[in-house]
Design a protein. Structure first.
Length: 342
């Protein structure tokens, strides 16, 4: 993550090698990787260990930004909720990992928790470097129901990363982010891909190994998580900061944020198309026998099928919440159809 020009030829090659390893991985296990099998479990654990990128937030050289770029970036309504989300994710994953008896899955999810904390450190250092005003962080409380909390975090990352990959690509195309800042954040974006790849395969492994009599309850909880996330993303989420002040945070930023990261005028259909392409690109280097998250891809293809191909009329721009609410309703209505496929 330090800039290649600042670390010399040998350091640049080491960074490039680490970046390549984090994006490309093939298992040496022969045959299909059937969820619940020893081969599948070993492959998932090894994938997460072997693709680790050893970047260090403490040595990131944050690029200087011109006044207009700095204003655009610091005005994005995401930094507070992003830092808190990473803090909650670390705690929830660490708490759930502590309950797992299987050493391979326990190790992988514990590593995931450590990486979530590193993401929080990256964001905290960015906030500090660019003087972004932040509300006081709330206290992080260990969840009582660790499995539910882990699933909420995992499925939420599947949703948010799907749109984040597309928005990140859109920001690159538009030049909203300087190339140096894009280079700095790229390893973090790819690391999110690894995280949801691990979660998708944990889900498949857990489904295959949970006792049959517990399976209906587990599947009900999966549907419950999706319903919770659909409700959470319809409209504004009101919350209290650590000082007791009411604030509003847009849980739909990853859906409605195209206008905030680019001057390019896109329809929802076009944005979903970019998200689909970017998701396929980021997952392409990993062993095809590993499970991929499919919920958002399936829903997006359904929405693209029914959405008009032309851009929406200008008048619709004054009522963006209508599109978001329609998307939320479609999300809730179709989730039962896709829930068991992830």
């Amino acid at each position: 993550m330090p800039h290649a020009g600042d670390i010399g030829q040998a350091g640049s090659k080491a960074l490039a090698d680490a970046d390549y390893r984090s994006r490309h991985w093939q298992s040496s296990e022969p045959g299909p990787l059937r969820p619940g099998s020893l081969a599948h479990k070993r492959a998932v654990s090894r994938m997460f260990r072997d693709t680790f990128n050893p970047y260090r937030p403490s040595v990131i050289d944050w690029p200087r930004l011109d006044p207009d770029t700095l204003r655009r970036i610091t005005s994005l309504p995401i930094w507070g909720i992003a830092v808190e989300t990473e803090g909650k994710a670390r705690l929830r994953m660490a708490a759930y990992a502590a309950t797992i008896a299987d050493p391979d899955m326990k190790n992988a999810i514990a590593r995931n928790a450590w990486e979530e904390n590193r993401h929080k450190e990256v964001l905290s250092r960015l906030v500090e470097a660019y003087g972004i005003p932040m509300a006081k962080e709330p206290p992080y409380i260990t969840p009582r129901d660790t499995e539910w909390a882990y699933m909420v975090t995992g499925f939420s990352e599947c949703v948010d990363s799907f749109f984040a990959f597309g928005l990140f690509e859109l920001a690159k195309r538009s030049g909203f982010f300087p190339a140096e800042l894009v280079e700095t954040f790229e390893p973090v974006m790819q690391e999110e891909c690894r995280h949801i790849l691990l979660f998708a395969n944990w889900l498949a492994w857990h489904r295959a190994t949970v006792p049959l009599w517990k399976r209906p309850w587990f599947e009900a909880r999966v549907v419950g998580v999706w319903l919770f996330l659909a409700w959470e993303r319809i409209g504004m989420v009101r919350s209290m900061d650590a000082d007791g002040n009411v604030r509003e945070q847009d849980a739909n930023f990853t859906v409605s944020g195209a206008k905030d990261v680019s001057s390019i005028d896109l329809s929802l259909r076009e944005l979903l198309g970019i998200c689909l392409v970017e998701n396929n690109r980021r997952f392409a280097g990993y062993d095809v026998r590993l499970r991929r998250p499919r919920m958002m891809q399936g829903l997006s293809r359904c929405l693209r099928y029914v959405l008009p191909r032309s851009k929406p009329p200008t008048v619709a721009a004054s009522r963006p919440n209508l599109v978001e609410k329609i998307g939320g309703i479609c999300f809730a209505g179709l989730l039962v159809l896709y829930a068991w496929t992830m």
